[in-house]
Design a protein around this ligand. Structure first.
Ligand code: DQA
Length: 148
């Protein structure tokens, strides 16, 4: 089972940016956490991070040709603005789960709008790194049931 984990703008800056919200662990720590989870759960994982909206759209489109089974996506600030990322997720029809390190619904009002939530089969927020694990396991179970 192939899962692609996409992280959007400034996620490469966790550990530096707003530690009171995003914690002190770095993006490299997040990569290690995701890879370890994938190994334990026998999931084949690919990782991608970009600060650019179009690059994220391109990566989602590539996932279609790579026959990626599921996508875990933290579009970061693009969550609240990007119809392009929403449309890309719709276009490829790959089951996707949205993740946020912080609880977007208890922060600024502009963060309460999530475009990807319109297409994602689940949203996980406010659980830090653990949210990525929850998203990967949810997708794994969903995909296994789908194939029965
Ligand atoms: C975020 C929440 C977004 O509102 C914010 O713009 C981010 C990160 C999160 O993981 O909590 O950059 O997606």
């Amino acid at each position: 089972m192939k899962i692609l984990v996409i992280n959007g703008p400034n996620i490469n800056f966790i550990g530096i940016r707003e530690p009171g919200i995003y914690g002190s662990r770095t993006y490299e720590d997040l990569i290690d956490f995701i890879k370890k989870t994938a190994e334990e759960e026998a999931i084949e994982v690919s990782l991608f991070q970009s600060n650019h909206e179009g690059a994220i759209v391109d990566r989602i489109q590539e996932a279609y040709f790579e026959k990626i089974d599921g996508i875990v996506i933290n579009p970061a600030a693009y969550t609240h603005t990007s119809v392009a990322i929403l449309d890309a997720l719709k276009a490829v029809s790959i089951p996707s789960v949205e993740v946020h390190l912080s609880d977007i619904y208890s922060r600024d009002e502009f963060r309460h709008v999530s475009y990807p939530s319109l297409v994602c089969i689940k949203s996980v927020y406010g659980k830090g790194f653990e949210g990525y694990r929850e998203a990967m396991l949810f997708l794994r179970d969903y995909l296994e049931k789908k194939d029965l």
